[in-house]
Write a protein that binds this ligand. Structure first.
Ligand code: ZN
Ligand code: ZN
Length: 345
C-alpha cells in the first residue's frame, strides 16, 4: 500500500509500505476513505516533535471502513464505516476510567506519532473498540473528518476548559482550523460576543461568516487596545489562545477580565512569560491540555441533528495519490487561502 512517511526534518515521502496487520486481539485494520493534514503534522515535519521516528506514517484524522478486526474486538465488524479518533484509548486503565483518554496508559496521541497513522491506504487502530466511532447513517463524511481532532480539541480545550457561559464575551486568538472549531462549538453555549483575532483577512472574513461578532486584524489594528475598548476597559470573560506562540499567549494575559479564564489550546514549542505580577490579583484561571475526545459522541449527535456544520471548514480536496500537493497547499495556507484539506482515498 502507499503511505506518507516522515523521514526526518523537512523530509516526507509518498512510499510503498507493507499493509498493516492485526498485532493484538484488540486491533482493528481500517481502509481509509478520507483523511486530512493537521498543523501538528507540519510541526512534526519541522522537527518539533522528536518522538516521531523516521519512517513513521503521519496522520491522526480520518474516516474509513473496517477491513479486519482482532479476536477481542466486540463493537465493530468488517464493512462497518468508522470515524477514527486522534486519541487512542483502552477504556480500561485508571485514566480512561475518568475519561482522561489523552493519558491512557496504552494510548493517548499515538497515531502518526509513535505508531503509523492515517495518511495511508490502511491503518491499524489499537484498542479499536474504544478508539473508533460508528458513523451515523447519512452523515457527511467530510464533516466527520473534522470530528477526529479539531472539533473536540476546540470544544474541550477552548470552550469547556475555558468555561464559556451564556452571555460571555470571549476572544479567540488565531483563526486557523482549531480557532474556527472553538468559534463553531462555543456557540453551543451562546456567548454574547465572540471576538476573533488573526493576521489573515481571508480567515477573518470566514470567521465573521461563522458567527464571530467582532474581527480584529493584527498588523492593521492593535488587538489589545481594540479588545479593551470593545469591552469598556473590562477585558473578556474567556481569552482563548489557538496559535501556540508567546505573542498570542501574551495577548490573552492582557485581555482577560477579573474573574475570567485563559484557555490555552495552542501547541507551544518555546517558553512563554507568565505575568504573575499582573495576574495574581485578578482571580483568573489558566487551563491547558491535550484533547481527550470524550466529547466525540456528543459532537456526532449534534452533527447528525444539523446543529454543527464543520464541513464548511473544508477549502480544498485532493486524491490520496496527490497528498504531496495537498501538503504544499496546506503548508502555504495564507497564500492558498486554505483552511482544511480533504484527501480522498
Ligand atoms: Zn491534529
Ligand atoms: Zn486507557
Amino acid at each position: 500500500m502507499k503511505a506518507l512517511v516522515y523521514n526526518g526534518p523537512d523530509q516526507k515521502d509518498w512510499v510503498e509500505k507493507e499493509k498493516p496487520s492485526i498485532q493484538k486481539p484488540t486491533d482493528v485494520i481500517v481502509k481509509i476513505t478520507k483523511t486530512t493534514i493537521c498543523g501538528t503534522d507540519l510541526h512534526i515535519l519541522k522537527g518539533d516533535v522528536p518522538t516521531v521516528e523516521p519512517g513513521r506514517t503521519l496522520g491522526h484524522e480520518g474516516v474509513g471502513v473496517v477491513e479486519k478486526v482482532g479476536d477481542a474486538v466486540a463493537n465493530f465488524k468488517p464493512g462497518d464505516p468508522v470515524l477514527i479518533s486522534c486519541i487512542t484509548s483502552c477504556g480500561k486503565c485508571s485514566n480512561c476510567k475518568r475519561q482522561l483518554y489523552a493519558h491512557c496508559a496504552d494510548g493517548g496521541w499515538i497515531l502518526g506519532h509513535t505508531v503509523d497513522g492515517t495518511q495511508a491506504e490502511f491503518v491499524r487502530i489499537p484498542h479499536g473498540d474504544n478508539s473508533l466511532y460508528p458513523i451515523p447513517e447519512g452523515a457527511d463524511e467530510e464533516a466527520l473528518v473534522m470530528l477526529s481532532d479539531i472539533m473536540p480539541t476546540g470544544l474541550e480545550m477552548g470552550v469547556q476548559y475555558g468555561g464559556v457561559k451564556p452571555g460571555d464575551t470571549i476572544a479567540i486568538i488565531g483563526a486557523g482550523p482549531v480557532g474556527m472549531s472553538v468559534l463553531l462549538t462555543s456557540q453551543f453555549y451562546s456567548p454574547a460576543r465572540i471576538i476573533m483575532v488573526d493576521m489573515d483577512p481571508t480567515r477573518l472574513a470566514l470567521a465573521a461568516e461563522f458567527g464571530a461578532t467582532d474581527i480584529i486584524q493584527v498588523g492593521e489594528e492593535d488587538a489589545i487596545e481594540k479588545i479593551m475598548s470593545l469591552t469598556d476597559g473590562q477585558g473578556v470573560d474567556v481569552a482563548i489562545e489557538a496559535v501556540g506562540v508567546p505573542s498570542t499567549f501574551d495577548i490573552c494575559q492582557k485581555i482577560v477580565s477579573a474573574g475570567g479564564n485563559i484557555a490555552n489550546v495552542g501547541v507551544h514549542g518555546t517558553p512563554v512569560e507568565l505575568h504573575l505580577e499582573d495576574l495574581w490579583i485578578k482571580n483568573i484561571n489558566i487551563s491547558m491540555g491535550l484533547v481527550c475526545t470524550n466529547t466525540t459522541p456528543m459532537l456526532l449527535k449534534t452533527l447528525s441533528a444539523g446543529k454543527l456544520n464543520p464541513a464548511k471548514l473544508v477549502t480544498h480536496r485532493f486524491k490520496l495519490d496527490d497528498i504531496l500537493e495537498a501538503y504544499s497547499v496546506f503548508g502555504n495556507a495564507a497564500r492558498e487561502k486554505a483552511m482544511k484539506v480533504i484527501i480522498n482515498a
